[in-house]
Write a protein that binds this ligand. Structure first.
Ligand code: NAP
Length: 343
């Protein structure tokens, strides 16, 4: 049986880690790669990944050109968080008959925030007989899919809370910069206003996915403003020193409201010096459920696994735009990838 053929669309931090992980896996091969970064285009993918062997093809800046030459089953798409930006990239994959697993946060559940784009993608994917999924660790698992799974043994539910607290010192430098670590409070607020810092993208999507799984008709979803977490004492990572009074990271909450009462609350915190790191889900209902994963799941490791483990699920899913709540129970793919797929 032939291997599953993968196109890498985006060879940044996450795309590169996924590509390296795929090198270790059996039954799957990368057959092409797309990226626009000047330091990557026209270089052999192996060279860009910093692995010893060349992979025999160069990174292309032109997805359409590559897709008309190379046959692929599925694309791993990791270029941007925003659906307006990724929409033309994803439609070009669909039109070439390539299935998609993307880390685009807004694609994880676009029916609430971008319903028209969601519908257009769904129709196009059905027309071209492919499946499109947005996933990752969060959104994609910790604050939505896992929450939904934990509601399964409940007879009644009054409210749900999920919290993720991460010590950003253990994450990549770009992530530490993305959350404003080391800035003054004024600078942080300026950068939030100018959208140089965006905070976590995905809380509204996760809230909407949970509500839809439970058929709860929310009156509205409120994503509260991104707030700085201010260091009470000096803290540091390998790369950034934060003085007391400076920004160590950020916190954002989103609430799903029915009659002004929060029935879903998601609370995301990432900052240098977090003493306790965890992912916790509390369901008030019958029965009550309290789940805590400690330390919290590593963002990069979790994302890479979520994306790769989604490959066989998407290979066999119904055509159209699907979300994590539409797929079978998520699980690891430890063996040859072909074992999980009926070609
Ligand atoms: N759902 C989740 O749990 C989750 C987890 C991790 C990451 N993510 C998201 O996944 C995305 C990728 O993350 P990352 O850390 O890998 O970002 P990154 O390092 O910035 O990588 C993105 C790569 O895509 C390239 N690119 C941008 N626009 C492109 C286009 N139109 N065509 C081809 N290539 C293009 C970029 O090139 P340039 O550098 O030249 O722009 C860059 O090389 C981000 O949006 C991130 O927020 C989601």
């Amino acid at each position: 049986m032939r291997k599953i053929r993968v196109i890498l669309y985006g060879v940044g931090a996450v795309g590169s880690l996924i590509a390296k992980f795929l090198q270790e896996k059996e039954g799957v091969e990368i057959v092409g790669a797309v990226d626009i970064a000047k330091n990557k285009v026209t270089k052999d993918l192996g060279e860009v990944l910093g692995i010893e062997k060349k992979l025999g093809f160069r990174i292309s800046p032109d997805a359409d050109k590559l897709l008309s030459k190379v046959k692929a089953d599925i694309a791993i798409h990791t270029t941007s968080s925003y659906l307006e930006e990724t929409y033309p990239q994803i439609t070009s994959l669909i039109k070439h008959g390539v299935k998609v697993v993307s880390t685009c946060e807004e694609l994880s559940y676009p029916y609430y925030t971008k319903p028209q784009l969601a519908r257009k993608l769904d129709l196009l994917a059905k027309k071209h007989k492919v499946t499109v999924l947005g996933t990752g660790i969060n959104p994609g698992f910790l604050m939505d899919t896992l929450v939904i799974a934990l509601t399964a043994p409940c007879q009644k539910i009054e409210k749900i809370e999920a919290i993720r607290i991460m010590n950003a010192a253990s994450r990549r430098l770009p992530f530490q910069k993305k959350i404003g670590a080391g800035l003054t409070v004024e600078d942080f607020r300026r950068r939030i206003e100018s959208k140089q810092i965006t905070g976590h993208v995905g809380l509204e999507q996760s809230t909407a996915m949970i509500a839809d799984a439970l058929a709860w008709k929310l009156d509205r979803i409120v994503a509260e403003p991104v707030e700085p977490v201010i260091a009470k004492k000096a803290v540091e990572s390998n790369d950034i020193k934060v003085k007391a009074g400076q920004v160590a990271g950020l916190r954002q909450k989103a609430k799903g409201l029915i009659k002004n009462e929060a029935v879903i609350t998601l609370d995301f915190q990432a900052y240098i010096g977090a003493e306790e790191e965890y992912d916790a889900i509390t369901i008030k209902g019958v029965p009550n459920i309290n789940q805590k994963i400690q330390p919290c799941i590593h963002g990069d490791l979790g994302t890479i696994a979520m994306v790769v483990n989604a490959i066989p699920k998407v290979m066999q899913a119904p055509h159209g735009l699907v979300t994590m709540k539409d797929l079978p129970v998520p699980s690891a793919t430890l063996e040859d990838m072909r074992r999980y797929v009926l070609f």
